[in-house]
Design a protein around this ligand. Structure first.
Ligand code: ISE
Length: 317
């Protein structure tokens, strides 16, 4: 059984998703795409053997499309997710789900009203081998039974387009640390402070870059995030969980960089596609399989992903 997927947005992430769904994800194919850049959409569609529609909603409403991946700009996500739910089609929406709290709540309310779990947000770090190993170590009590104190996070990108804004550093970048912290710790964020540092000379216009973001969880864990979008040297994502009797960190990605001449070789990924390619593939595979006919207890076919595990009681982490 092959799920026919529609993809809205064929930019760098979207075209990568089309290639993954067309060539690597088993049980899925791309039937339709849309992008405002019609030439790019036509090229991506031709390579995938898909149709290029003139409008995003034509992808959603295409009768051949059974599930939709939204990879358009963030401020279009909420309306498109609502359209997918109206069409009764499962949707994998790249983060953010919405760029305002009220729009996000509107989507959540529509899903609750539909009675079907149709919407998944593209938090691919939950599928990353390094993050999964960190979570396993944490859950095993290896760093101190049930007592996390601090998370130290670094989220550096080499460069951003001139239109990138200070708010996007939070809604487009730090959103990954917000979700990862909730997932790793099994509890909600209850407070946030943003501190603007001395600006990078490469920060365009009024972009505040870097920024330090402090997140506080319900049990008092502080998650400290340095988000730096113009670091120039590469794509560098780090995370260290500090427990009562130990720590666990994301491993440095294994590379073939030589250590020579007194210099320890460590190649830095160029972008998130390189660093999280495996995670994106695992996420798309699980989502498209879940969109297929195989039901799971309590779910009817084609209703998105299996229910998440019930959140742990906030026992100090
Ligand atoms: C981008 O949209 C992503 O999702 C990347 O994972 C993140 O590192 C980057 O900052 C975002 O702009």
């Amino acid at each position: 059984m092959t799920v026919t997927v529609g993809v809205v947005g064929t930019g760098s992430i979207g075209s990568d998703h089309v290639r993954r769904l067309s060539a690597r994800v088993s049980g899925a194919r791309v039937g339709a795409v849309f992008d405002v850049d019609t030439a790019r959409a036509d090229a991506v569609a031709a390579a995938a053997g898909a149709r290029a529609h003139a409008d995003a909603l034509d992808v959603v409403d295409d009768p051949a499309v059974e599930a939709v991946v939204i990879v358009s700009p963030g401020d279009t996500h909420a309306a498109l997710a609502l359209a997918c739910m109206t069409a009764g089609k499962p949707v994998l929406c790249e983060k953010p789900l919405a760029t305002t709290g009220i729009d996000a709540l509107t989507v959540l309310a529509a899903e609750v009203a539909s009675g079907r779990r149709l919407v998944q947000v593209g938090f691919m770090r939950r599928f990353d081998a390094g993050y999964l190993r960190m979570k396993a170590a944490l859950d095993s009590g290896a760093i101190g039974e049930a007592l996390v104190l601090v998370l130290h996070c670094i989220h550096r990108n080499p460069a951003v387009p001139p239109a990138f804004t200070s708010d996007m550093a939070l809604t487009d970048s730090v959103i990954h640390e917000i979700d990862a912290a909730r997932w790793l710790l099994g509890e909600e964020i209850v407070g946030t402070t943003v501190v603007r540092t001395r600006r990078s000379p490469f920060a365009a216009g009024h972009l505040a870059d870097p920024q330090l973001v402090l997140l506080v969880t319900g049990s008092g864990v502080v998650v400290e995030v340095e988000v730096f979008r113009n670091c120039r040297y590469g794509y560098d994502v780090r995370c260290e969980i500090v427990g009562a009797t130990g720590t666990v960190s994301l491993e440095v990605p294994t590379t073939g960089a030589p250590t020579t001449g007194g210099v320890l070789g460590r190649a830095v990924p160029a972008d998130w596609g390189e660093r999280f390619g495996g995670a994106y593939h695992a996420e798309l595979q699980q989502w498209s399989t879940a969109c297929g006919p195989a039901p799971w207890p309590g779910r009817t076919p084609g209703t998105g992903t299996p229910p998440p595990p019930s959140p742990r009681p906030t026992s100090g982490r």
